[in-house]
Design a protein around this ligand. Structure first.
Ligand code: EPU
Length: 428
């Protein structure tokens, strides 16, 4: 096991490139199950979630190669093998195997998904969608059993706007007989990306990116080549670290439209920003003002940037309030920021940050992926050395983070943990 060490307080400068979107990748890869000939996806990030999904596709008989961000999946020999445990528990997005396997084989057995602990994360809307399409769904000893004689189109109204349920229902519906309408669908860019792949495979989907998605089922889907969209959350993380510890950071390979809510908030704080076609430049963030943020579904402020934003807010003059309306318990990073001298308290679904404070390096633990990003930003801002453990979370979602930050002049490195440190981790 490794930990991350960061010598903070240095100004970051230069260009940093964004990788392919994690939350697209984890849906695009299962979507390949639906094809009858090989699918190529290019620009995939080098993260552990992608590696795990590759092995899961291999477990069900897929022939998969992955090199330089390009994955080729030959799904011809795949079978509906039960995947009740093991790797499926490591990531939340293993739930997409349910929709994709149901769509292709009309049956699947998938363990309940893992992923970051951010409060309750039910999948009732996914199941409601599968049932509406004609599947019988049961939960037996921690695994979801799905079976249908035939899938047929249906009108499905989502009670909660859910990215996962919207994508999962699309996956199950593209080969169902007849027309499916998903109402109150999520509108995140990753949904459009998955719909684009499926459309290039031969699916008939209209309205992805709006709150009503219409799908006309087709008999079969074929392979194609697809380029993934850039990761808006990784790009947002880099914007935040540019504002927090930068002296001119250019973020390359971005779709600026995906980040408008963040750009507006940073400008409100006084961060100088220039927006190009595929790049965003973040100038030195000085004399920053406190702001309030409330996370919302897209195009509102993303919950996935709430934690990294909190680190930046410790540098702003005044009191900021961060409210997460999507998850009830996405505040595990706050205790760690406090160890670093931040003045923050949590009340209900809000964190109240009083600034400006100068963060001090400390030993901290990432409890989840974006908490990890928040602590890396805090470490880059802090005086002295910060040690971040829980790297397995960061590795799930940030591709080559150390190398990318070194490219901006950061002093950051990975170090092996001692036996004693690993024992301490277990007891925390
Ligand atoms: N919800 C339900 N029932 C459901 C599904 C969701 O009540 O059947 C609730 C959730 O508990 C949550 C809200 O609806 O309160 C939104 O959940 P959603 O389904 O949209 O989230 P998700 O699909 O599980 C994806 C991302 C998350 C991101 C959320 C919100 C993936 C693999 N994960 O999760 O990303 O926070 O959308 O934008 O796409 C991350 O990248 O760090 C991350 C956690």
């Amino acid at each position: 096991m490794e930990k991350l060490k960061i010598a903070g307080g240095y100004s970051l400068k230069g260009t940093i490139k964004v990788s392919g979107a994690k939350n697209s990748a984890v849906a695009l890869i299962p979507a390949t199950i639906l094809a009858e000939t090989p699918v190529t996806i290019e620009g995939l990030p080098n993260i552990s979630d992608v590696g795990i999904l590759k092995t899961l596709l291999e477990e069900i008989g897929g022939a998969v190669t992955f090199e330089d961000g390009e994955m080729v999946v030959d799904p011809t020999q795949m079978v509906s093998m039960p995947l009740p445990n093991g790797k499926v528990k490591k990531l939340r997005a293993s739930y997409y195997l349910m929709g994709a396997m149901l769509g292709r084989f009309k049956k699947a057995v998938i363990g309940l998904p893992g992923g970051c602990h951010l409060g309750p994360r039910p999948i009732d809307q996914h199941i409601k969608g599968f049932e509406a399409l004609g599947a019988k769904v049961t939960n037996e000893q921690g695994a979801i059993y799905l079976r249908a004689d035939e899938l047929h189109g249906a009108r499905i109204y989502l009670d909660v706007v859910s990215v996962g349920a919207t994508i999962n229902i699309m996956l199950a519906a593209v080969k169902a007989k007849g027309k499916t309408v998903i109402e109150n669908a999520a509108k995140e860019p990753e949904i459009i990306d998955v719909a684009t792949l499926l459309t290039n495979m031969g699916a008939k989907i209209k309205g992805a990116g709006t709150d009503v998605i219409r799908i006309e089922g087709v008999e079969s889907l074929n392979g194609c080549r697809h380029t993934i969209i850039p990761d808006r959350i990784e790009a947002g993380t880099f914007m935040l670290l540019g504002a927090a510890a930068g002296d001119g950071v250019l973020i390359d390979n971005v779709i600026p439209h995906h980040l408008e809510s963040l750009t507006a908030k940073l400008r409100e704080m006084g961060v100088p920003i220039e927006v190009g076609d595929e790049q965003i430049f973040i100038g030195k963030g000085e004399h920053l003002k406190a702001v309030d943020i409330k996370t919302l579904v897209y195009p509102g402020f993303p919950t996935d940037l709430q934690q990294p934003f909190t680190s930046l807010l410790t540098k702003a003059e005044g009191t900021s309030v961060v409210t997460d309306t999507i998850y009830s318990a996405r505040f595990k990073h706050i205790d760690e920021l406090r160890r670093m001298n931040a003045n923050i308290k949590v009340e209900g679904r809000s964190a109240i940050i009083n600034g400006a404070t100068t963060l001090q390096g400390a030993k901290v633990k990432a409890s989840d992926l974006r908490a990890g990003a928040a602590l890396v930003i805090a470490g880059l801002m802090a005086e002295g050395i910060t040690e971040v453990t829980g790297l397995e979370h960061i590795d799930r979602g940030y591709s080559n983070l150390v190398e990318k930050l070194e490219g901006l002049g950061a002093t950051i490195w990975r170090e092996k943990m001692t036996e004693e440190e690993m024992e301490q981790q277990k007891s925390l």
